[in-house]
Design a protein around this ligand. Structure first.
Ligand SMILES: Cc1cc2nc3c(=O)[nH]c(=O)nc-3n(C[C@H](O)[C@H](O)[C@H](O)COP(=O)(O)OP(=O)(O)OC[C@H]3O[C@@H](n4cnc5c(N)ncnc54)[C@H](O)[C@@H]3O)c2cc1C
Length: 212
C-alpha cells in the first residue's frame, strides 16, 4: 500500500479508468481521451450537496453530464433542473464545441493522416535530401509529439526498428507497422500493411470509385 510522508496509508483516490499520467506523475490531458478525462479534484470526497443529501451537487451533475456526453460521442448535453435525479443528469447535452483543443485520439488521427499520406506521396526513389528530411521528421516525433506517453513508446520502438526511408513502399510499410503496434496496445484491429491496401486507404481510394 502506498504511504504518505507521515507513514500512514496514502489517501490518494484511485485513477479514473482511461486516465493517463504524464512523466511528472500528474494526469496528462493530451495523453487522455476526452471521454476519460476527469480533473483530479472531481475524485476527491465532496461535501454533501446544497440540498443536504449525499447526492451529487449541481456542479458534479454538470460534470457527470459532460462526461456522459463525451462518452456517448454525441456531444449533446440537455439542460437539467437541480431537482432532476443523477441518472437524468447523465443525459447527453451539447458540450464540446468543434474548436476545442484536440485529445489523444483527435491528435492521433490527424498525425496518422499526415504521416501515412506523406508516405503515400513519398518518391519511389527519394533523393538523399528527401531521405534526410524524412528521417529528421520521424526522429523529431519521439522528442516533440505532445502526447508524451505516445512519444515515449514510439521512441522505444524506433530504437529496435529504425525508420525505413529508402523507398515509398518501405516508408509506408514501416509507418503501418508502427501504427499497428499502437493499435495492438489499444486493442484495435491491425491493418494489412501491403502497398495495395495502404495506397487504397491513403492515396487512390477504393476501386469502386466511391472516393473519386
Ligand atoms: C505516433 C503515435 C503514437 C500514439 N500512441 C498512442 C498511445 O500510446 N496511446 C493512445 O491512447 N493513443 C496513441 N496514439 C493515438 C492512436 O493511435 C489513435 O490515433 C487514436 O486512438 C484514434 O484512433 P482511431 O481508431 O480513430 O484511428 P487511428 O488509429 O487514428 O487510425 C486512423 C485511420 O488510419 C487507418 N489505419 C489504422 N491502422 C493503420 C495502419 N496500421 N496503417 C495504416 N493505416 C491505418 C484506419 O483507416 C483508421 O481509420 C498515437 C498516435 C500516434 C500518431
Amino acid at each position: 500500500m502506498s504511504r504518505d510522508t507521515s507513514g500512514s496509508p496514502s489517501k490518494k483516490p484511485p485513477l479514473p479508468p482511461g486516465m493517463v499520467l504524464g512523466p511528472d506523475g500528474k494526469p496528462c490531458k493530451i495523453c487522455t481521451a476526452f471521454r476519460h478525462w476527469k480533473p483530479p479534484t472531481d475524485n476527491a470526497k465532496q461535501p454533501p450537496s446544497a440540498n443536504g443529501t449525499d447526492g451529487p451537487s449541481p456542479s458534479q451533475q454538470k460534470t457527470a453530464a459532460m462526461m456522459a456526453a463525451f462518452a456517448s460521442g454525441t456531444g449533446f448535453v440537455q439542460p437539467q433542473s437541480q431537482s432532476q435525479p443523477a441518472a437524468q443528469a447523465l443525459a447527453p447535452k451539447p458540450v464540446r464545441p468543434a474548436n476545442c483543443p484536440p485529445d489523444v485520439e483527435e491528435l492521433g488521427r490527424a498525425t496518422w493522416t499526415f504521416l501515412h499520406t506523406t508516405a503515400a506521396y513519398y518518391p519511389e526513389k527519394p533523393t538523399q535530401t528527401q531521405r534526410v528530411n524524412m528521417l529528421s521528421l520521424l526522429r523529431a516525433l519521439p522528442v516533440l509529439y505532445p502526447c508524451s506517453v505516445c512519444a515515449q513508446h514510439l521512441g522505444e520502438n524506433m530504437k529496435t526498428r529504425p525508420p525505413d526511408v529508402s523507398t515509398r513502399a518501405g516508408l509506408s510499410r514501416w509507418l503501418c507497422e508502427q501504427h499497428n503496434e499502437v493499435n495492438g496496445r489499444l486493442g484495435k484491429e491491425t491493418f494489412e500493411c501491403t502497398v495495395e491496401k495502404l495506397d487504397e486507404r491513403w492515396k487512390d481510394g477504393p476501386s469502386d470509385g466511391s472516393c473519386d
